[in-house]
Write a protein that binds this ligand. Structure first.
Ligand SMILES: CC(C)(COP(=O)(O)OP(=O)(O)OC[C@H]1O[C@@H](n2cnc3c(N)ncnc32)[C@H](O)[C@@H]1OP(=O)(O)O)[C@@H](O)C(=O)NCCC(=O)NCCS
Length: 354
């Protein structure tokens, strides 16, 4: 299907096999959801799907999933669109299919009154977004807290291992119903308490920025209902039993070592972050992870994590680069702080295939 004309249209249920084959050709069969699982129907009930496909010679030639989610900024509620995992069939590349898919998503997003479209492109799709005029928001910061510096250093990053050794003093806490610092009790949980929304609102005041709204429903969908991956959830309660902190993480076996990724973190007071993160490190160590990593945009959160023993991985290291780009609805004013990633609150929970 190399040179045929193509059309772009919304996804239909009958497209499943074609979509899967484009994804498998682009990302590899192992990274493609199982044939029994329609991942694009893995919708959040609070989101509107705007999945677009390109069809050429009766076959699916390209896919661009999009979800329109509730967002919040400084207490104001709005909607924003998130693009994930664009892929064009190998035989059909450089014919403008990706550009056409993204344009169709934009039209749908503006029709739904989304304030912006954002995505986290990789090196392959980023040039196309920039060419199309998307704002380059910058790069999210990768932070790492090694748990077994000696072992880690000997494997992939001698430099990381060395610096980790110098940082030293990994805090201790046990994931049982025991007290850790600040009079908090930290435990593993298997459900999201409704009070989480109050905690998320307090967290938003401490760590401001334009963000996808972390409602209890969204958190359940993101961390409890995912058929793709298992998430570990922990919560901290104060002496009176009130919810004081929440963290979500997932373990990932990378090429040479196992990493625990911090997906999300909420605290009611900044001083509670260290205790919660110490507990998370203990959980990660129990799971045989060699490091805990986070990827975040918020300067306040970067600061809090670095105070809790995480260190900032320099941008020049040859590791995956965490880009973010956005386009703003031409019919709505976009505040100046949306133009830079520092004005956004993004964590790994916002997507990034984890
Ligand atoms: C990235 C991808 C979707 C681009 O699809 P495409 O249909 O070939 O892209 P388009 O033809 O619409 O290209 C639009 C612009 O993007 C840029 N672009 C696309 N492919 C590029 C490449 N390989 N190298 C550099 N720039 C590229 C160019 O600026 C291009 O405009 P031009 O052809 O006029 O120079 C496709 O290469 C792909 O599926 N890659 C593998 C999956 C993947 O990594 N997706 C990204 C996930 S975040």
């Amino acid at each position: 299907m190399g040179t045929e004309a193509f059309i772009v249209r919304p996804f239909r249920a009958g497209d499943a096999a074609g979509v899967r084959s484009v994804l498998a050709a682009s990302y590899g069969a192992e990274a493609t959801p199982s044939p029994t699982y329609d991942w694009w129907s893995f919708g959040c009930s609070t989101a509107i799907s705007g999945f677009m496909v390109a069809e050429a010679a009766g076959r699916i030639a390209g896919v661009q999933p999009m979800e329109i989610f509730p967002f919040a900024d400084g207490g104001k509620h709005l909607t924003g669109a998130l693009l994930t995992g664009v892929a064009v069939h190998l035989d059909c590349r450089r014919r403008g299919i990706f550009s056409a898919l993204v344009q169709a998503c934009e039209q749908e997003a503006w029709r739904q009154n989304a304030a912006f479209i954002t995505t986290m492109p990789n090196e392959k799709s980023r040039p196309g977004f920039l060419k199309a005029g998307y704002t380059d928001l910058g790069r999210r910061q990768l932070l790492v807290r090694p748990l077994q510096p000696a072992a880690l250093g000997g494997k992939l990053f001698p430099v990381l291992g060395h610096l980790a050794g110098a940082a030293g003093g990994v805090a201790q806490a046990v994931i049982k119903n025991i007290r850790v610092t600040n009079g908090l009790t930290v435990r593993k949980i298997s459900d999201i308490a409704p009070e989480i929304e109050m905690l998320a609102a307090r967290h938003e005041q401490l760590f401001p920025g334009l963000r996808m709204r972390r409602s209890a429903e969204w958190l359940r969908w993101r961390f409890l209902e995912s058929p793709l991956r298992k998430y570990h959830l922990i919560e901290a309660r104060d002496a009176k039993g009130a919810l004081a902190g929440f963290a979500a993480a997932t373990m990932d076996d990378r090429e040479k070592f196992k990493v625990c990724y911090l997906m999300d973190l909420f605290v009611g007071e900044k001083c509670h972050a260290a205790a919660l993160l110490a507990a998370l490190c203990e959980l990660a160590r129990n799971e045989k992870a060699e490091a805990v990593a986070a990827v975040v945009s918020s300067p306040a959160l970067i600061d809090t994590l670095s105070h809790a023993g995480f260190w900032l991985v320099p941008y020049w290291l040859p590791l995956k680069k965490f880009y973010s780009v956005a386009r703003f609805n031409p019919n709505r004013p976009a505040p100046a702080h949306w133009q830079k990633l520092a004005g956004w609150y993004q964590t790994l929970a916002d997507w990034d295939n984890l």
